[in-house]
Design a protein around this ligand. Structure first.
Ligand SMILES: [Zn+2]
Length: 437
């Protein structure tokens, strides 16, 4: 009974009897059962032969065309002929439309995939496909199982990073009038920092225990294959890795080291302005004018920009001198970090490090000395970066996507849902458009 209309509909188990045009412009499709196994009793499996009566259902399907389709499925009720069967009668069902289902299996699956792969929010999919929020959420959870349940890809470099979840909340103490932070929620994310595995997992919180809790859910053989762990300068994560992945080498991300040097430079600028001018910086001050340029990389400034920044600063006297000393410390640290991926020998690295540290020691600027002390404290991890060139850049990229998803959804009330959504959009396996034919 395969006619062209049935072929066009392409819904297994039913055939199209006729299609009628409705007054509102829509189309109503009358369906008949075309699958012999629909006659099998769901309780005992015996094929029925005696018709009890007729029933019609109106399952909904994927949108087709502008005005959509409306289904009327004319199906039979059967008497079960197996005398021992507890089920006396039943109505026909097919795989795409189980008994009692109001929507087809393919509509349910498509709604789940829209959220999982296409980055749609649950509410948007529900609106587009005329479904309820819980229906789409359940379909998404089912679709997400493929992603979450899949074994982790082998990872050589693991990236660990934190992301803030939602806004912080502050409350004022009615007695003292002081403001206190009452809510500050974080997620810790684990990513494949070298390969294409994307986000591997996420846990709530950012303590040693949170990191260890996630690691304990992974297979031992998978953990053994991890050779490096890239982090920003977080002592908590470093200590968690020493416990949870004792054989892995910790690599500190160079981006965060440079960020630290830039913060140092801004601190020096504000303090010297306050000390020498006895006030905060103003638009007319040369150091205020140069505040952004000071943070740029030396190689990104051309000769003219460089002169326009330093000549007026050095004319100021002490402020300019102090800033120049701090700026050279920053650039000397960047020179040291730039040795990564250059096959620099131990001697060359040792020399660059010595130059940076002696410059800082001679500088006699407290912020510069603090920077040198921090770099010294993190030296094994910084050296591991220079040796390997591994960074946490993938985490940064994934964090951008995480924030985008949260903004798109106008925030999440349920952290489990948020993690599931985030996991799906940032895991390559889940993103259908990246799959090659
Ligand atoms: Zn039966």
């Amino acid at each position: 009974m395969v006619n062209d209309t049935t072929l066009l509909l392409d819904l297994d188990g039913v055939s199209v009897m006729r299609v009628e045009r409705l007054q509102c412009g829509g189309r109503r499709v009358h369906l008949a059962t075309a699958d012999a196994s629909a006659r099998a009793c769901p309780a005992c499996g015996v094929f029925a032969t005696r018709v009890k009566g007729w029933a019609t259902t109106r399952p909904r399907d994927l949108p087709y065309g502008e005005s959509g389709l409306e289904f009327v499925w004319h199906k039979r009720r059967w008497w079960c002929r197996e005398t021992a069967c507890p089920r006396r009668s039943f109505t026909e069902q097919i795989e795409q439309i189980p008994a009692g289902a109001r929507i087809t299996g393919r509509l349910r699956a498509a709604s789940g995939r829209r959220v999982r792969d296409a980055g749609s929010t649950v509410i948007q999919t529900a609106r587009d496909l005329h479904l309820s929020w819980p229906t789409v959420m359940n379909a998404f959870r089912t679709a997400a199982r493929e992603v979450v349940g899949a074994p982790l890809p082998e990872v050589e470099v693991l990236g660990i990073d934190e992301t803030r979840r939602g806004r912080t909340r502050w409350e004022q103490d009615p007695d003292t009038g002081k403001w206190k932070m009452t809510r500050d929620r974080w997620h810790t994310g684990f990513v494949d920092a070298l390969g294409s595995g994307g986000l591997l997992g996420q846990v709530e919180g950012r303590t040693v225990a949170d990191v260890l809790a996630w690691l304990s859910t992974t297979p031992l053989t998978w953990r053994k294959a991890i050779r490096y762990v890239a982090i920003d300068m977080s002592a908590v994560y470093r200590s968690a890795i020493r416990t949870g992945l004792p054989e892995a080498t910790v690599v500190v991300d160079h981006f965060h080291v440079v960020q630290l040097a830039n913060k140092m430079l801004s601190l020096v600028r504000r303090r010297t302005t306050a000390e020498i001018r006895g006030r905060r910086g103003r638009a007319g001050d040369p150091e205020w004018k140069a505040r952004r340029r000071l943070l740029r990389n030396r190689e990104d400034l051309d000769h003219e920009q460089f002169e326009r920044m330093w000549n007026p600063l050095l004319d100021e006297g002490k402020i300019g001198q102090t800033l120049l000393t701090a700026w050279i410390a920053k650039e000397s640290l960047r020179t040291l970090l730039a040795l990564a991926r250059t096959d620099a020998g131990r001697n060359q690295v040792g020399h660059a490090r010595w130059k940076f540290l002696t410059w800082c020691a001679d500088a006699d600027i407290p912020e510069v000395r603090t920077l040198a002390a921090t770099v010294d404290r993190w030296w094994p991890e910084i050296q591991a970066f220079i040796d390997t060139g591994h960074s946490n850049a993938k985490s940064e990229g994934i964090n951008r996507v995480i924030k985008l998803v949260a903004r798109h959804a106008f925030g999440f009330r349920n952290a489990d849902n948020q993690r599931l959504r985030t996991r799906c959009v940032t895991t390559r396996r889940a993103r259908g458009h990246l799959r090659t034919a």
